[in-house]
Design a protein around this ligand. Sequence first.
Ligand code: GLV
Length: 326
Amino acid sequence: MKPKILVARAVFPETIAYLSQHFDVETNPSDEAWTGAQLVEHLRDKDGAFTTGSVRIDDEVLAACPKLKICANMAVGYNNFDIDAMSARGVLGTNTPDVLTETTADFGFALLMATARRLTESEHYLRAGKWNKWSYDMFAGSDIHGATLGILGMGRIGQGIAKRGAYGFGMKVIYHNRSRLDAAMEAECKARYVSKEELLKTADHLVLVLPYSAASHHSIGAAELAQMKPTATLVNIARGGIVDDAALAQALCEKRIAAAGLDVFEGEPKVHADLLTVPNVVLTPHIASSSVPTRKAMAKLAADNLIEFFSKGRGLTPLNPQVLKA
Ligand code: GLV
């Protein structure tokens, strides 16, 4: 008998076809964002789950699904998993690193450029039929080339953004991270390690790429925003909750920083009401990894993790490999 798996959100038909060669697959054809109780109704009799970052796997869900042995997340971030609870119950978690690095770094840079050069604000103006003459300061933004690029969180995606800035745009790159990169990697990224305080004070453009955890919750709040230059832009492609969105909305309203570009939000898909009305912010719906080839590669890697686990007893990109030894 094939193992039973749940694909908890809609995914490419080719991924379902691939999984169906190996598993007895239940899908979520209407792509509903299930509550925990609804998820349990479908997951209760399953051996494995294919999840996305919007599917919360916590101890309550795990307790109600005792057959579950693996959750394969189609995302590099995995703050939707209570990984300690999964480890305690012997459930493997896997994610999709590497395959999305360059695509996500591209998007971080696109959001930075759109924000600094006021792309969406000016487009809305044009679409609204308000453009009737050239003006010397029309939507004047800030430069990217030659500016100081600050990166908070210097993992693979942060490094990709650093290289784009340094090599493509002649930017001076500074970064802060829990641990400093080795000298060879710093040289490759042309990036200089600084304290968080110096990063906040010095960056012309600050990009957030750190993972979400209790420790990184509200890493950027009112106090941090107050340290930034009034001309600075802030870009968040990391996770909602890393920025205090209410404090950011207020800082943007009061022009205490120039602009922000946000792909992720606290409590998404809800967005803080003030962020929806303030003009100096570019908003996108959590799409940084969303190119067709990359989303397909992420889906394939999540599927391959399930296949590897049920055929060979291991994961390709395990988050808690200790459960395999146990
Ligand atoms: C997207 O946000 C991811 O973590 O892959």
